[in-house]
Ligand binder design. Structure first.
Ligand code: SF4
Length: 75
């Protein structure tokens, strides 16, 4: 399972960081770090973060296809 944050949309509101602490971390006031790959144990948290993002910036793929991981940063 993987996700990507659309950095053109993300406004650094940090709702995702509060709902999925193991996936998203806010550094400073606007810098968002995230892990693009996550496993089943974090699925509920990621789903909540996707739903809570006020600008729909989080795009998640809940399939089990293996992917290469990348880290993203905005701010
Ligand atoms: S991805 Fe959405 S919820 Fe997370 S910091 Fe960016 S705008 Fe806020």
């Amino acid at each position: 399972m993987r996700l990507v944050v659309d950095l053109n949309r993300c406004q650094g509101f940090a709702k995702c960081a509060f709902l999925a602490l193991d996936v998203f971390t806010l550094h400073g006031e606007e810098a968002l770090l995230y892990t693009s790959r996550f496993d089943e144990a974090l699925r509920d948290q990621v789903e909540q973060a996707v739903a809570a993002c006020p600008v729909q910036a989080i795009l998640a793929d809940f399939s089990d296809e293996p992917t290469k991981g990348v880290e993203g940063r905005v701010g």
